[in-house]
Design a protein around this ligand. Structure first.
Ligand code: AMP
Ligand code: MG
Length: 344
């Protein structure tokens, strides 16, 4: 975990923090915490920065509890144990579920929050890794269908044998909630890193863009490049983040393809999504990873409200045209810019 923390911190370059503003009220304030099973850091500059950080930390703790899949009393715990009955939940839970369902539709089912029992069978929920038998996966997949989950008003209904987990979207949603708190406190310059999910508000205190590092999926302690952004979320899904090596010597990673319940292996090892909504970027990074190189490019062409940085399993870098000018390479690798009007 310590290593991951170091990696995460090294992934963001926020250098001239304390020198950018004169007095304490305008100094970049920061808070570090461990929540949602990951290290988080929040930095904000403005007269109300202290209050904003305290409120942000409190909100993260509430959402951590609300979205916890292991806590039987959490919203997700209650949904998973409701045996098909409607459950009263918080507005946050309905909202995050609606984002997940939108992305399930827009990705042709690639994002599937009801894969939880399959993830458990692989041991990704506990760290007790194993390779489940094909029959076991097949049986569990029968209950993995996000279209059967209904989230409206303050109520969620989920079929009796279906269980959900928000691992693919919770941190992005939480980042949006933190950014709303920043806005309410008049913070015009903030950057947060929730376990590698980076979200920015405005620009750095000196008016220049934020620089966010993109991890090298083949050497996760280093970067392939950086991207300059203002007011954007930069969220990555990668096969290097959580994985185990089977007795067969192969690597098995934590993002599963709902088509077969096995680690998604559709030509990509890393997907970074850059956009305005943390929840959507988080959902998208997981979905596009599953969709694979061709379908991810088509999804991007259809959508128009995000940009992406893909690394293929054979070591090529693909940048969509809207982000190419903001990308600075740190590693030499074959690179191609994906154009919107290109014929697939
Ligand atoms: P992320 O790092 O945002 O891509 O989220 C990956 C996490 O989402 C995994 O650790 C699982 O908990 C969960 N997950 C894995 N595969 C999927 C999938 N196809 N759809 C939704 N959630 C998934
Ligand atoms: Mg995600």
């Amino acid at each position: 975990m310590k290593n991951k923390y170091m990696k995460v911190l090294s992934g963001i370059c926020v250098m001239p923090l304390l020198t950018a503003c004169g007095n304490r009220a305008d100094t970049m304030q920061s808070a570090d915490l461990f929540a949602m099973d990951t290290y988080m850091s929040i930095k904000a500059c403005g007269p109300e920065a202290d209050a904003a950080l305290a409120e942000a930390e409190a909100k993260i703790r509430v959402l951590e509890q609300t979205f916890s899949v292991t806590d039987e009393a959490s919203d997700i715990g209650k949904i998973n144990r409701a045996d098909g009955q409607p459950v009263a939940v918080s507005a946050d839970t309905v909202s995050v579920l609606q984002t997940a369902q939108k992305m399930n539709r827009e990705s042709g089912g690639a994002l599937c929050i009801s894969l939880y029992p399959v993830l458990r069978a692989w041991g990704f929920t506990t760290g007790e890794y194993r390779i489940p038998a094909a029959d076991e996966i097949k049986a569990l997949l029968r209950n993995a269908d996000d279209t059967q989950i209904f989230a409206e008003g303050r109520t969620v209904r989920c079929p009796a044998d279906t269980e959900i987990d928000l691992g693919a979207v919770a941190k992005g949603y939480t980042g949006d909630a933190v950014m709303e708190i920043m806005q309410a406190h008049g913070i015009s310059s903030a950057i947060i890193n929730l376990g590698g999910n980076v979200q920015t508000r405005g620009s750095r205190p000196d008016g220049t863009a934020w620089t966010v590092g993109i991890t090298d999926p083949f050497a996760p302690d280093s970067l392939i490049g950086t991207v300059s952004v203002t007011d954007r979320a930069v969220i990555t899904s990668g096969n290097y983040e959580r994985y185990f090596t089977g007795e067969d010597g192969r690597r098995y990673w934590h993002i599963l393809d709902p088509a077969d319940g096995c680690p998604a292996d559709n030509g990509l090892v890393s997907v970074t999504v850059i956009g305005g909504s943390g929840a959507e970027c988080d959902a998208l990074s997981t979905a596009l990873f599953v969709e694979g190189t061709q379908q991810a490019a088509e999804h991007w062409r259809r959508s128009g409200d995000f940009e992406m940085i893909l690394v293929t399993s054979d070591g090529e870098l693909l940048l969509t045209e809207g982000i190419a000018a903001d990308y600075t390479a740190k590693k030499e690798m074959p690179c191609r810019v994906v154009q919107r009007d290109e014929k697939p």
